[in-house]
Design a protein around this ligand. Structure first.
Ligand SMILES: Nc1ncnc2c1ncn2[C@@H]1O[C@H](COP(=O)(O)OP(=O)(O)O)[C@@H](O)[C@H]1O
Ligand SMILES: [Mg+2]
Length: 452
């Protein structure tokens, strides 16, 4: 299960679905509570009206002049003390008759002042009560007042318990809808997830193109991207071959020119011109060597599946350097407890390490140390230190130029650092040279690798 991150489509959909569910549930809640309350109130009032009519029908005046009921009211709650259901019958000059539930207080008979049944909210024995009443004339001519009251809290309780049940049920429904909503979003976004995985495989060189089947909406995108990738690859390969061919084709003519220039230099009157030509020819030669090396290198190629695993990659290079520079020691120092895998091309990375270690080996007095350190965010820093003379301050930046060499006593082409910088740029690595306390320090900063 993937959690939505800020700025993601998933989060957008989730927010929209949540809002939609909340709005729907709130609308259902409000309308259900409203409709239910209306109906309950209506049937409650109807019931009270029936009860007050029943009360009127059961009332009689006994022989001794007392008000009596021929039988109790059908609803037993009127007999239960302080149940919230009360009735009362009153007539001028006679003792009032009250329900058994009314162990205290009395009802206001003023609502019962006409033959029509009227109702209002009054104060009853146990709080505010819905009161119904009417008056009947007895044959003797006197008015008898019938009043029935039911606590408002009874009605509130009914509606309250319904509202609680409804709220619980709707909350469960909301949770269910949100969960299914999230499942639907995940289902809908699956192809995009697959697309981004396919991209990751492509970036890491595990695939040649975007693999997999996609829905009609994004299939054209994947197809176009694949076409673009293939076109780009073909163009790059062609360009590399052309650069190589061009450099090759220039080699022979240049060799002839160099030859001629050397001959000219030997002749007294043309010495000056010969020297200039020779110098220019050497510069051209360096450029050609450099371009050939670049064309041979894999810059621009996708890293292969495994990537760069340090220190496994560095060990054989260190052993080779020991043979190449007898008398110098090459040591590996690990500031990390496990192998570091970087999503880079191992061939290019090995080339950079070789160039830097070879330089260090050439100028070191004795020791060359290669350090691998990993930062907390996954970035890896590789440092190559030697105990040689270093490069004069101010010339360090120029060391990366094609053909720049500051120590004529040591052989070389002046191309190493230029190629190393190029390869690093292509791989997204920062290469920094600086003079340390005892010699030159070359540092390779690789940003956090994203092997998903
Ligand atoms: N580790 C080092 N210590 C001292 N000088 C160095 C070191 N690495 C490079 N340099 C200087 O930088 C120059 C350029 O290096 P590079 O491009 O590798 O060419 P090359 O090694 O063929 O001379 C070298 O000629 C040298 O003067
Ligand atoms: Mg070199």
């Amino acid at each position: 299960m993937r959690w939505p991150v800020p700025g993601s489509l998933r989060l957008r959909f989730l927010l929209a679905v949540s809002l939609w569910v909340m709005l729907g549930i709130a609308a259902i809640w409000f309308s259900a509570v409203g409709i239910f309350s209306k109906h309950v109130e209506l049937s409650y009032h109807e019931e009270l009206e029936v009860h007050v009519r029943e009360l009127g029908g059961l009332t009689e005046i006994a022989a001794d002049g007392a008000i009596v009921l021929t039988r109790p009211l059908s609803d037993p709650r009127y007999a239960e003390p302080l149940s919230g259901f009360y009735w009362q019958v009153t007539a001028d000059g006679r003792a009032p008759l009250r329900s058994r539930s009314m162990t205290r207080g009395s009802l206001d008979e003023s609502i019962a002042h006409s033959p029509e049944i009227l109702h209002r909210l009054d104060n009853g024995p146990t709080g505010p009560a819905i009161t119904y009443g009417y008056t009947r004339k007895w044959p003797a001519g006197e008015d008898i007042h019938f009043v029935i009251a039911t606590d408002q809290s009874e009605l509130d309780r009914l509606i309250g318990s319904f509202t609680r049940d409804l709220t619980t049920w709707l909350a469960a429904l909301a949770a269910l809808l949100l969960a299914t909503g999230y499942a639907i979003i995940s289902f809908g976004l699956k192809p995009l997830d697959r697309l981004s995985q396919a991209f990751a495989r492509l970036r890491h060189g595990e695939a040649e193109e975007l693999e997999g089947q996609y829905p009609t909406e994004i299939a054209p995108l994947a197809a176009d991207l694949n076409a673009y990738i293939h076109q780009n690859e073909a163009m790059l390969a062609r360009a590399r071959v052309q650069a190589g061919n061009l450099a090759h084709s220039l080699r022979t003519p240049l060799a002839i020119i160099t030859d001629e220039a050397e001959r000219l230099e030997e002749r007294g009157e043309c010495r000056q011109a010969g020297a200039v030509m020779l110098d220019q020819a050497r510069t051209m030669e360096q450029q050609i060597e450099y371009q050939l090396a670049r064309a041979r290198s894999s810059a621009g190629r996708k890293p292969s599946g495994q990537g760069v695993v340090l220190p496994a990659l560095a060990l054989p290079i260190l052993r080779a350097m020991e043979r190449l520079h007898p008398g110098k020691t090459f040591t590996l120092q690990l500031d990390t407890d496990r192998d570091k895998a970087l999503p880079l091309d191992p061939v290019d990375y090995a080339e950079v390490l070789s160039i830097l270690l070879d330089n260090a080996g050439k100028w070191a007095r004795r020791d060359v140390v290669l350090t691998v350190a990993s930062e907390s965010d996954g970035a890896v820093t590789v440092t190559i230190r030697d105990d040689g003379p270093g490069i004069p301050e101010g010339l360090i930046d120029r060391a990366f130029e094609v053909g720049a060499r500051f120590d004529p006593a040591v052989t070389g082409s002046g191309l190493g650092l230029a190629i190393a910088r190029d390869l690093c740029d292509a791989m997204g690595i920062e290469l920094v040279l600086e003079n340390g306390t005892s010699g030159l320090v070359a540092t390779l900063f690789s940003p956090a690798g994203n092997f998903e």
